[in-house]
Design a protein around this ligand. Structure first.
Ligand SMILES: *[C@@H]1O[C@H](CO)[C@@H](O)[C@H](O)[C@H]1NC(C)=O
Ligand SMILES: *[C@@H]1O[C@H](CO)[C@@H](O)[C@H](O)[C@H]1NC(C)=O
Ligand SMILES: *[C@@H]1O[C@H](CO)[C@@H](O)[C@H](O)[C@H]1NC(C)=O
Length: 398
């Protein structure tokens, strides 16, 4: 049996248990969905979450909003967590009913971003480290992720590129609304912002060692690609994983490789893949500890105590902050630049070596050579001329 909205509305005072009737009405021609949404509206209202309540009512008037809400309703076997900003959180974000300054698309995205697939309360999160939820906000085929960890006193802390958001110390009581058994409502103290693209993320403060973002990494990327980090913002179904060195990690050896047009792309390429988004729960649980980067090499992820590391060959960087969500993936901040290993370099300095073998171990502007590549003293005269000839050939091709 289908009720039309106009038939249903006069019944509302009878259906709702509290004398304080919420102001919202929903635009919906499916009776079961309508009952569900009215209980949700009532639950929000009863918990003083009236701006989100109005947001929900507002998006029922759009196709995409209707689809989103009916998906939540029809997937009764799945749990959803609604991270619901309080009214004062919405005020701080300058978002209030009747939402005259926001587009419908923005409002649907906003609702979707705050709706997580799965149950993410304090007890569902790991004791240490992060939990990663998929939201119902989509950028093309990519579902935006939300990263959370346990806070104090039973709170959930949402970690975003823009800062931390805290929940109440437990979910809102919705036990009176018997239809809502696939929902958990967790009020939060800020409105979540959609994750930034990587260009924007590199400008935001991310750790105490990167209070102004990562300008040196930006410059290095700009040196490889004229469009800078924008080249990495294209959404890929697999998502982007980027290990981003802090500014104080850029030593002479790293800059020497940026200045070298045969090495700079490989240097930047050592830090990311566009094939897969690797969040810390994948490696802390041991599910995935290798990540193939764009040139086919593998990064190795490891955990020692509370600290995570990413290694390329014998270079080991500490992960200073993990899991900064991007609109198409994730950024992890590291304390070291993963340079192109000496053994793989085309060798402009071999000429220098050839000319002055005694300085072989310390080519200027470069790190000491790993012993595995061999010091000049181990090379015979014949080999030297061969190497010098190859180097000359290589250089002539530049
Ligand atoms: C990245 O995000 C910023 C801020 O929203 C925007 O101005 C910029 O155009 C975006 N870049 C790309 C390549 O989409
Ligand atoms: C790249 O780096 C080199 C050497 O530091 C510099 O001369 C050049 O101007 C840079 N190019 C860009 C596009 O930043
Ligand atoms: C990325 O995915 C494509 C398509 O699945 C695959 O051919 C390629 O080898 C992958 N590259 C890396 C670095 O994993």
């Amino acid at each position: 049996m289908r009720f039309s909205l106009s038939l249903l509305l006069p019944l509302l005072p009878l259906l709702l248990p509290t004398p304080a009737l919420s102001q919202s009405t929903v635009d919906c021609d499916n009776a079961d969905l309508t009952s569900y949404l009215l209980q949700l509206i009532d639950a929000l209202y009863a918990n003083g979450l009236t701006t989100f309540e109005s947001l929900l009512a507002d998006i029922t008037s759009t196709d995409s909003g209707y689809d989103l809400l009916s998906t939540i309703f029809t997937q009764s076997d799945q749990t959803f967590t609604l991270l619901v900003p309080t009214d004062s959180a919405f005020q701080m974000a300058a978002v209030w009913a009747p939402f005259e300054h926001q587009s419908k698309d923005y409002l649907v995205d906003l609702f979707g971003l705050h709706t997580l697939q799965g149950h993410y309360g304090y007890n569902e999160l790991p004791e240490a480290g992060m939990g990663v939820g998929r939201s119902m906000m989509r950028k093309r085929e990519w579902e935006e992720r939300v990263v959370m960890k346990r806070g104090e006193r039973g709170m959930v802390v949402v970690k975003t590129a823009y800062g931390e958001v805290s929940s109440w110390s437990g979910p809102a009581d919705i036990s009176a609304q018997y239809l809502l058994d696939n929902l958990v409502i967790l009020p939060i103290d800020h409105v979540l912002q959609a994750p930034p693209n990587i260009s924007t993320a590199l400008t935001l403060p991310s750790t105490t060692r990167s209070p102004n973002g990562l300008p040196l990494l930006q410059a290095a990327i700009a040196n490889v690609s004229a469009s800078g980090a924008d080249a990495l913002t294209e959404i890929k179904p697999g998502g982007l994983t980027f290990f981003a060195p802090v500014d104080d990690a850029w030593g002479k050896d790293a800059w020497a490789q940026v200045a070298d047009k045969t090495l700079r792309a490989k240097l930047i390429g050592n830090h990311y893949t566009t094939n897969y988004s690797l969040f810390s729960p994948d490696w802390t649980s041991g599910t995935i500890t290798d990540l193939t980067i764009m040139n086919g090499d593998k990064l190795k992820l490891s955990v020692e105590g509370d600290t995570s590391y990413v290694s390329l060959g014998d270079q080991k960087a500490q992960i200073l902050r993990s899991d900064i969500t991007l609109e198409n993936g994730v950024l992890h901040i590291i304390d070291r630049v993963l340079v192109v290993p000496q053994s793989e370099k085309p060798n402009p300095f071999i000429q220098t070596l050839a000319n002055s073998p005694t300085q072989a171990a310390k080519p200027s502007g470069s790190a000491p050579m790993p012993s595995s590549t061999g010091g000049a003293s181990r090379l015979t005269g014949t080999k030297w001329s061969a190497v010098a000839a190859v180097a000359a050939w290589y250089l002539s091709g530049l």
